[in-house]
Write a protein that binds this ligand. Structure first.
Ligand SMILES: N[C@@H](CCC[C@H](N)C(=O)O)C(=O)O
Length: 291
């Protein structure tokens, strides 16, 4: 049985096990992702990220996203910067296109070693978030503990953005999971608590769907930027300060796309031993792997 190489990477401390499956007959299943993400028995991470062959014209590669609970996500901004960095380094290019189940994300190198990703349009239609019933997504009118009246928005994954007076005082470990599992969000939701510091500065903390509190969420920062523009709190550009550091955001009025700029950091390389999945079904594609 073979071992599979991986990279440990992070974006502002939101950490990933990145596995290149472009030439390996392995399928990332819910069970396998859970085992890899386990910080005691596996490698440990906030998301398991796969790189797979492109499916659409113009894409450099597909990026698959799994949360530590095994669930699949349509967007992960911090991992997109990491994967884009790897693809651009591999191809010696300054740009690439990362494909996700939610769409194609054009990415490019920015100043100071940072990476910019066009995360696509913020969507405010209640069907698209999704919500379980018709609501005004700019004022959803939902309350839980310290959190009231969010903006609901999709960046390819669902977000509930709450504007608060003091983001650091919000008890996210109790209020976050209650919102994540609220019946109004049939696909569950990521939860952001946001404090407006100025017309170009926001402080944000996040409770991630399927992961809990993380030090940063790139798609969350995009959702927050779009929500803050729609509520009239910021102009088109803003710094968003997360627990793990800052992201630089731009909302493009012409098409409603959100552009995100931030770091992509490689921590170490390792190998996943086949003992991690040898008793799991559905992991090996096209037969058995031999070393
Ligand atoms: N950390 C990510 C988001 C990962 C997926 C999210 N938890 C979900 O289930 O939608 C980011 O940087 O965007």
């Amino acid at each position: 049985m073979v071992a599979i190489p991986f990279l440990k990477m992070h974006g502002l401390g939101n950490d990933f096990v990145v596995i290149d499956l472009r030439h390996v007959p392995v399928v990332m299943t819910e069970d396998l992702a859970r085992r890899i993400a386990d910080r005691h028995r596996g490698v440990g991470c906030d998301q398991v990220i796969t790189i797979e062959p492109p499916r659409s014209a113009g894409a450099t590669a597909v990026m698959g996203i799994r949360n530590p609970d095994g669930s699949e996500a349509g967007a992960c901004g911090n991992a997109t910067r990491c994967v884009a960095h790897l693809l651009m380094s591999e191809n010696s290019t300054e740009q690439c296109v990362v494909e996700t189940i939610a769409g194609l994300l054009p990415s490019q190198r920015a100043a100071n070693g940072l990476v910019t990703v066009d995360m696509g349009p913020a969507r405010f239609d209640w069907h698209q978030v999704p919500l379980s019933e018709a609501r005004d997504t700019l004022h959803v009118g939902l309350s839980e503990g310290a959190l009231h009246d969010p903006v609901a928005v999709s960046m390819g994954n669902p977000h509930a953005v709450f504007f608060v007076d003091d983001a650091d005082a919000v008890p996210l470990t109790t209020d976050g999971p209650r919102i994540e599992h609220h019946p109004l969000f049939p696909a569950r939701t990521n939860v952001e608590a946001v404090q407006v510091l100025g017309r170009d500065r926001l402080r944000m903390r996040v409770w991630e769907r399927g992961a809990g509190i993380t030090s940063a969420c790139g798609s969350g920062a995009c959702a927050v930027m779009a929500a803050a523009v729609k509520r009239g709190h910021v102009d088109n550009k803003a710094e968003i300060i997360l627990d793990g550091g800052s992201l630089w955001m731009e909302w493009r009025p012409a098409d409603g796309h959100v552009l995100m700029t931030g770091p992509a950091t490689t921590v170490f390389q390792g190998v996943l031993d086949a003992s991690l999945w040898s008793d799991l079904s559905g992991v090996i594609r096209d037969g058995v792997l031999h070393g």
